[in-house]
Design a protein around this ligand. Sequence first.
Ligand code: 6PG
Length: 467
Amino acid sequence: MKSYDFGIVGLGVMGRNLLLNMADHKFAVAGLDLDREKAESLQNEATAEQDVKATTEAQEFVNLIRKPRAIMLLVPAGKPVDSAIHSLLPHLEEGDIIIDGGNSYFPDTDRRFTELAEKNIHFFGMGISGGEKGARFGPSMMPGGDRKAYERLRPIFEAIAAKVNGDPCVEYLGNGSAGNYVKMVHNGIEYGIMQLIAEVYDLMKRGYGISDEKIQQTFAEWKESEVQSFLVEITADILNTFDDEGNRLVNVISDWAKSKGTGKWTSQNAMDLQAPVPVIDAAVTMRDMSKFKPERIEAAKKLTWTPAQKEFNETALLAQLKDAFYFAMINTYAQGLVQLSIASETYGYELNLEVVAKIWRGGCIIRAAVLEDFRQAYSRNPSLKNILLDDAIAANLIRTQEGARAIIKDAVDQGVPVAAFMNALSYFDSYRSERLATNIIQAQRDYFGAHTYERIDREGVFHTQWN
Ligand code: 6PG
């Protein structure tokens, strides 16, 4: 019987596109979906040159794949992943590999990893970024699991991944749930940068009264600059899209933002690890704020603020905004990357941040020109604590901070909320503060709760009878 190189369970858009991508690269691939229509539509979509087989039968599917079998699940996170594993298990053999390609919550991945290891089945949690198009023509992939078993997957993943200067945007990341964890933080950074872009847009439009055309033009120009990124590019496209009545589409889209939870998990876990990620926190909070629409309508009438009339020099202003965006974006990546290094220590992932920066340079939603700067920074100094401390990056931050400080002042004067920008700047200002005001917090804790404090001039632990 003919044997297939790789199998995917779940033939939704992502599953189908990944299989077709593999087939383009001459791998023989099999797909399983209980929904006959989905299985048939994949079979019909595949061209004569593509070696694709789709089925609705788990037993038949498993038998198609060469041993040790490599099977990826592309089903919604949560229970469907457990159900899919459960339905495959009776047909699998020791040494086979299951890869969860969804945005699973990382503790679930650890549980599955351990349960399956007892059965000698290798389990991988692998973040996949880049959406439908990425899956079809080159995603960024973040695999974590058993290093040896990864060798079975490597040639396939390297072939289908996005490439930057010939390097595939996939590399083994670490143990257990490392892959899902890295993807979760990727999404947290994604939330942060999306929020920063929204704030830039709001400030230009409401704060400075810049025209829609000029805003669009500005983002289009940024595509060719140091702030180049996928998210800037799609924003330029979005601002240039009109509906059938000629409205700029973005102006008629509701401001009530949805989310699936990965940004929130990043913030929640960052709190557990005591890893400050204030830009990501602000981004999650702003999506939550957006849900209070009826109250915001009421508050807009009641809680008024009339900004002083101010003349703005548009050219100078746009240069400042670009600096500010660059500055805040670097601070956002910095926060996510520090969270990764703390998580790596805590959970034993053994992450290499140069590799993370390298595979984020292409294919994924947060790909940006600055990722190559980060990769170089980690390559210069693999134990770099924070990218803010890299000499080249620090010089850029020193140069652009003035822009951030200026636009935040304008936003405050105009009454435009820029929570992510403010949090980026206070992260920077607190990180570069040799002495923070937390001495007063320690004194207060000791005052009301006898929690004790340390002194800077003497060894030991102290308590004062304050009153
Ligand atoms: C990606 C995206 C992808 C998805 C997000 C959206 O990397 O391709 O991050 O995973 O679009 O899950 O997340 P929200 O629905 O939470 O905004």
